[in-house]
Design a protein around this ligand. Structure first.
Ligand SMILES: [Zn+2]
Length: 268
């Protein structure tokens, strides 16, 4: 992918070349699909609400409202449990592979697709039971056909604003079958973004089959791949081709809060 600025004067329209095809992209029209981190935001994995707490000592008041000179708050949260976050294979590996050292490019050709998870009717095992709402390889094959996208955003139906503050704990949310994520890796996708709290079943005995299919296929690029969970793409953002800007807070940890922003790509 090549980015060109096409005006001598400052312009927010850039031209993007992807595999010989040219697209225009207006950087003045960002579509932020992150969910703000705040106490009423979404959560999962039985974590309590995230907390802001002013630092209070005998000599210091970390709250202007309470008489202090500055607001100086500690924040308690879990990157996997609260809000939009991006993670590496360090999530399922003995090595805490750092997201800050893994994500070194921040722009990717990306496709946003909408999927209606279907009740599973095949053979049961530890990581999938009959009746679970799942995203199969077949569902993805219908909507992910490009061979040039590096990132895919998977929005699930129903797509309601409830996603902005839902507590997913103990709700068995929809998830991906492992062959669905193997398929994405076969298509060259390195960055998966989803509005679900996880790519795997909430209770799967720790097998994490979909995470393993995405990251542990013995492919040289496995270590470069990331999964972003808890995004929200409102219905005003249509399915299609975008330039994704994926930014993270620079934590040396397997996961960090992140800010994925889409820019529409228009063929020129
Ligand atoms: Zn996570």
């Amino acid at each position: 992918m090549v980015l060109h600025r096409i005006s001598l004067f400052w312009s927010m329209i850039i031209e993007v070349s992807i595999k010989g095809a040219n697209y225009k992209c207006n950087l003045n029209q960002p579509l932020d699909i992150s969910i703000p981190l705040h106490p009423e935001g979404p959560r999962a994995w039985y974590v309590d609400k995230m907390k802001y707490e002013p630092v209070m000592t005998d000599r210091f008041t970390g709250s202007v409202e309470l008489g202090g000179a500055v607001n100086f708050r500690n924040i308690f949260f879990n990157p996997h449990g609260h809000g939009t976050h991006t993670e590496t294979l360090g999530h399922i590996d003995e090595e805490i592979v750092s997201i800050n050292k893994t994500l070194k490019n921040f722009f990717f050709p990306c496709r946003l697709v909408t999927i209606d998870p279907k009740p599973y009717s095949g053979d049961e095992n530890d990581y999938v039971k009959r009746g679970d709402e799942v995203i199969s390889r077949k569902l993805l094959e219908k909507v992910v056909q490009d061979d040039f996208i590096e990132a895919v955003v998977i929005r699930t139906i129903p797509n309601t604003p409830e996603k902005l503050n839902k507590n997913y704990s103990n709700t068995n949310p929809p998830f991906f079958l492992p062959e669905a994520l193997s398929f994405l890796r076969e298509k060259g996708v390195k960055h998966l973004l989803t509005d679900l709290p996880s790519v795997d079943r909430e209770e799967d005995g720790g097998i994490l089959a979909a995470h393993h299919a995405f990251w542990k296929g013995g492919r040289p690029s496995d270590r470069e791949c990331t999964i972003t969970e808890f995004v929200y793409a409102p219905k005003e953002i249509g399915d299609g081709l975008y330039l994704l800007n994926l930014q993270i807070a620079s934590f040396e940890n397997d996961a960090a809060p992140s800010k994925p922003v889409l820019y529409q790509l228009l063929q020129s």
